[in-house]
Write a protein that binds this ligand. Structure first.
Ligand SMILES: Nc1ncnc2c1ncn2[C@@H]1O[C@H](COP(=O)(O)OP(=O)(O)OP(=O)(O)O)[C@@H](O)[C@H]1O
Length: 335
């Protein structure tokens, strides 16, 4: 259990003319990933670090499962919250196993349990324990060190993970590998994750929800599809590139372009199939690969046919979204 709720949270740093975080309210559902996305200085890190009380809010409340974190001892609180940062921060004079074990020790695991736990964790993050447990941090690449950072954060089995640009310093290929690893681990572990990034692609790839911040304020929060289909204003639209064709294909569901009823009538015979949960890109690839004029869209749960999808319907959906965006931009030149 770990639902995080922010209620009217603000942070004023001493001497600053504006708040770093300004009356922010939203919730992160249990076992979900919420990405904090925004330009530099928008308050992402400040908001994140208020959850484990490395920074105290000036006003407002933060609750975990309905209980205010301000009423909890900060040390106890941090024991049940994993924290991963870009600089990793491994102890250089300790082996990898010792670095990971330290967190498990703090959490009070028995000695025997700890040994197997370290190996389990290293395996979980894709490092062979036999090869890596005796190495020192300097003998690991940046990506491998970040894997250890994740293992260490998971060592005490926290329900919550706070991640602050953990993959920001890695090259693009390693970053995608680690994002995929995190997705795999999350399918198994179901943590509640708050993840700071300024990389839109990363936010879309990992986020169940994306919270968009600007100048300390929460501008919009929603699923990647919500943001693509209904960006709250031009700032959001520009930030996420809502008119980016590739992004639309990658993230919009088949349902946003599907033909139903009379439009689709008579087309259910002998056509290749496509799941209702597929993306437009997956549908497009199937259309190209099969050479078919259309695909029958099947409901993922009931397996009943619910419509069809064609190349021109996909084109139409994307064109409509782009026109809607262009009209919005013309109507409201400022955000
Ligand atoms: N300790 C501090 N004292 C005073 N001001 C601070 C402090 N830490 C951050 N700030 C200011 O608060 C604002 C928000 O900073 P924060 O680091 O939370 O933003 P961010 O969105 O995480 O930025 P970045 O992506 O560049 O890390 C910035 O204007 C920053 O200068």
């Amino acid at each position: 259990m770990a639902r995080i709720a922010f209620h009217e949270v603000s942070k004023y740093y001493r001497g600053a003319s504006k708040p770093a975080v300004d009356h922010v309210s939203f919730e992160v559902a249990e076992s979900s990933i919420c990405m904090l996305l925004g330009t530099s200085g928008s308050g992402k890190t400040t908001l994140l670090r208020m959850v484990n009380r490395l920074i105290e809010p000036s006003s407002g409340t933060i609750t975990i499962d309905g209980h205010s974190i301000l009423e909890e001892n900060p040390i106890q609180l941090r024991r049940r919250i994993g924290y991963v940062i870009q600089q990793v921060g491994l102890f250089p004079h300790m082996t990898i196993a010792e670095n990971v074990r330290l967190t498990a020790e703090i959490a009070g695991w028995s000695k025997a349990r700890m040994e197997s736990r370290v190996d389990e964790l290293l395996t979980l993050v894709g490092l062979d324990p036999a090869e890596y447990r005796r190495r020192y941090p300097r003998q690991l690449s940046g990506g491998q060190q970040q894997r250890v950072g994740l293992a260490r954060a998971l060592a005490a089995d926290p329900a919550i993970l706070l991640m602050d640009e953990p993959f920001g310093a890695l090259d693009a290929i390693t970053r995608v590998h680690l994002q995929e690893e995190l997705q795999r681990i999350q399918r198994e572990m179901r943590k509640t994750i708050l993840f700071v990034t300024h990389d839109v692609e990363e936010a879309f790839r990992l986020g169940d929800q994306i919270a968009i911040l600007s100048e300390g304020r929460l501008v919009q929060i929603g699923t990647p599809v919500d943001l693509l289909l209904k960006p709250a204003n031009e700032f959001v639209s520009r930030l996420i590139g809502s008119d980016n064709i590739q992004r639309q294909l990658q993230y919009l569901p088949v349902s946003s372009a599907m033909l139903t009823g009379t439009e689709a009538a008579g087309r259910y015979e002998n056509q290749p199939r496509c799941s209702s949960e597929a993306t437009l890109l997956e549908a497009l690839m199937s259309l190209i690969a099969s050479g078919a004029h259309s695909l029958i869209v099947y409901d993922e749960q009931s397996q009943a046919p619910i419509g069809t999808i064609t190349l021109s319907a996909i084109n139409q959906a994307i064109t409509t979204a782009r026109h809607a965006e262009a009209e919005k931009t013309t109507a409201s030149p400022t955000h």
